[in-house]
Design a protein around this ligand. Structure first.
Ligand code: R5P
Length: 293
């Protein structure tokens, strides 16, 4: 490992230069992967727009039932037509999602803490690759805790999952967690996303921040932006718009969809930004028209 003192802080991100090794495949960093990986990635990222709307309802894995997700069996089927990917636990998917559903599946595979814990950074790989294969998962979502107590264990979880995923051509979605004491700066996200990408994750979920374009430029795989806590609808649409403008290849939103007063309409408006180049203002007008019609 290079000694820390000798390392310079990188400055030239060439944000105006498109990713060089794109080849003829629409997903960043995936040009040299095999057919099976590319098929799963194409189920997730629309080949036309290159982007995705993921709907996260995996909160129960550490929160139990949360506002808006009291009844997964009612909420998720109502929303799933409006999104590209369902991100949930195997328990939620097996019990509440009809198997006839054609949407891509991001299977939550790490877990280990609950809201009752002071430190949420200690997880294990809770779902074997065999079960991910049985569930026809399009990717496996692993939480990573860079800079937290659970960093080493989470990198082990990530590595085990990526190794198994490469064996069976199932992509890994590395989720960059932010602890309550951790900074939400481009400095942190550049570090964390790059570590997770260099470990081999094919997709990264992280948060939007200042200088987001640089975070994207330095990360050789697609980034999807996490929604986070519920915002007023215009602000959530602005978050989605800025993320896409900044080079994200989609959003992975939970509470900003299912806690909205009009979740279906909100998901439709987010879709317009992610896939149809709507601005945040256009998408909000679209949302208002839908709820008043
Ligand atoms: C975070 O990565 C966890 O997977 C969450 O349970 C969930 O995905 C968060 O979604 P949101 O913050 O958009 O409600």
């Amino acid at each position: 490992m290079a000694d820390k003192e000798g390392l310079k802080v990188a400055k030239n991100y060439h944000i105006d230069v498109p990713f060089v090794n794109q080849g003829n495949f629409h997903v960043k960093g995936a040009n040299s992967l095999d057919w099976g990986m590319k098929k799963h990635l194409s189920n997730i990222f629309d080949p036309k727009s290159g982007n995705t709307v993921m709907f996260a309802f995996d909160h129960g894995y550490f929160m139990g039932s949360t506002a808006g997700l009291e009844r997964l069996d009612i909420v998720v089927p109502e929303l799933m037509e409006q999104v590209d990917v369902l991100m949930g636990t195997r328990g939620a998917l097996r019990t509440c999602i009809p198997p006839q559903c054609k949407k891509a599946i991001a299977l939550r595979t790490s877990s280990g803490s609950s809201m009752l814990d002071e430190d949420l950074s200690h997880e294990i790989v809770a779902v074997d690759i065999d079960d991910a294969i049985r569930m026809n998962a399009d990717c496996m979502a692993i939480q990573t805790f860079i800079g937290a107590d659970g960093q080493l264990a989470s990198i082990e979880n990530l590595s085990r999952t990526i190794n198994a995923g490469l064996k069976y051509s199932i992509p890994t979605l590395g989720v960059v967690a932010v602890g309550k004491d951790m900074e939400r700066t481009d400095r942190f996200f550049k570090l964390a996303t790059r570590i997770v990408a260099e470990m081999g994750a094919q997709i990264i979920k992280t948060y939007y921040c200042d200088n987001f374009e640089e975070v994207v430029a330095a990360c050789p795989v697609p980034i999807v932006v996490a929604g986070g806590k519920k915002l007023p609808e215009p602000e959530a649409l602005t978050l989605a718009y800025r993320s896409i403008q900044g080079g994200a290849h989609g959003v992975d939103m939970g509470r900003n969809i299912f806690q909205s007063e009009y979740p279906v309409e909100m998901a439709k408006a987010i879709r317009k930004i992610v896939h149809e180049c709507f601005t945040d203002k256009e998408a909000y007008e679209f949302y208002l028209n839908l709820i008043h019609s």
